[in-house]
Design a protein around this ligand. Structure first.
Ligand code: 5GP
Ligand code: ZN
Length: 119
């Protein structure tokens, strides 16, 4: 079972093709698409196709897909030309981090100097 669609989850609906997204990378287990409100010249979200609310849950429930997600983030960073100058891979997790979408997603941010993380 590759894709568990939770119809109440925005990113599950993107995986299901019910909501459009600009997809930049896809594997059997992951999808990467541009953030709708980019915070940097490159801002891509990398998600597992299965529903896990946050990165802690994913790491505990599915280590193999956790590894796939890291590999997908690396592939996106390379394809977007971010490896030479560097980039940020960020997982907002829970309330204090301001997580808004509770389907785990890594933010791949780059294309300009990003400044201190908490600025
Ligand atoms: P969080 O704060 O949960 O880590 O980040 C959620 C991200 O999802 C935000 O950067 C926001 O701009 C992005 N986002 C929210 N809704 C949509 C959408 O419908 N499509 C896309 N591509 N990105 C979205
Ligand atoms: Zn979901």
């Amino acid at each position: 079972k590759i894709c568990e669609v939770d119809t109440d989850c925005l990113f599950c609906r993107i995986v299901a093709g019910e909501i459009p997204a600009t997809v930049v990378h896809e594997t059997d287990t992951t999808l990467a698409f541009r953030d709708i409100d980019p915070k940097a010249p490159v801002h891509v979200l990398v998600i597992p196709k299965t529903h896990h609310p946050d990165v802690v849950t994913l790491a505990r429930q599915d280590p193999a897909v956790s590894a796939d997600l890291l590999s997908a983030a690396a592939a996106v960073a390379e394809a977007e030309g971010l490896l030479a100058d560097g980039f940020r891979l960020l997982f907002n997790t829970g309330v204090y981090a301001g997580q808004e979408v509770f389907h785990v997603h890594g933010h791949v941010l780059g294309g300009e100097p990003l400044g201190p993380m908490l600025a």
